[in-house]
Design a protein around this ligand. Structure first.
Ligand code: GRF
Length: 221
């Protein structure tokens, strides 16, 4: 089933550096992305990404995860802050918290995450190191919709990054991060600008009206 069109108001959730946030800010500023970043929320006051947002004139706030009786109580506050700003698409950009169903149900198929591995390989933390130490020859990045299962939602897109014999965890991580910055912008653009559907656990890009469906042209045409 094709979901209703998404409004172009993004909420970006971060916990730290915010380089993926910066790539989204830059893409909006350059009009590569037709969207508005309505708010940036960090669970940590010292997240460098908050300053990046403020520098770009974007509302940035800290909603600490500490002191709430449960994960659901924290998520209810996040949902309220996002809904108050009419956010329709939530982009996780290094947000180091696992959601309760409260958040997932408030934004069904409306939460995106970027992960520095080719999921389903190497979910969880330190994915770049996991991949490097495993000895894979192809690492990569994944942008996926967020469900109740950690790092396991429908995959919107993946980009492959070859692992070189001369790599260290740091050099590989740097190339992965550069690829993340491209991939996240592209994934957000797909969600906002293209028809798509979730079929089972597959994210499927649909042909636009009047476009070829992917079937080969008739012989002789
Ligand atoms: C990125 O590697 C992202 O894939 C992961 O957390 C990191 C965040 O980096 N989820 P930054 O804060 O966007 O620089």
């Amino acid at each position: 089933m094709t979901p209703d069109p998404i409004s172009r108001r993004l909420g970006v959730l971060i916990s730290g550096r915010g380089s993926n946030l910066q790539s989204l800010i830059d893409a909006v500023a350059d009009r590569r992305l037709n969207a508005t970043i309505a708010v940036v929320i960090s669970n940590r006051e010292d997240a460098a990404g908050l300053e990046r947002a403020r520098h770009a004139g974007i509302e940035a706030l800290c909603v600490s995860h500490r002191g709430w009786p449960s994960r659901s109580d924290y998520d209810r506050v996040l949902v309220k802050e996002l809904q108050q700003r009419s956010v329709d698409l939530v982009c996780l950009a290094g947000f180091m918290r696992v959601f309760s169903p409260v958040m997932i149900e408030a934004f069904p198929n409306r939460i995106l995450n970027i992960h520095p591995s080719l999921l389903p390989s190497f979910p969880g933390i330190d994915a770049q190191r996991q991949a490097f130490e495993h000895g894979v020859k192809c690492a990569g990045v994944t942008v996926h919709l967020v469900t109740n299962d950690l790092d396991a939602g429908p995959i919107v897109l993946q980009r492959v990054v070859p692992v070189l014999d001369t790599d260290t965890v740091d050099t590989l991580s740097a190339r992965l991060l550069a690829e993340e910055h491209q991939a996240y912008v592209e994934a957000v653009r797909i969600l906002l600008d293209e028809p798509w559907a979730v079929e089972g656990r597959r994210f499927v890009r649909l042909a636009r009206a009047g476009e070829a469906s992917g079937a080969p042209p008739p012989v002789g045409s």
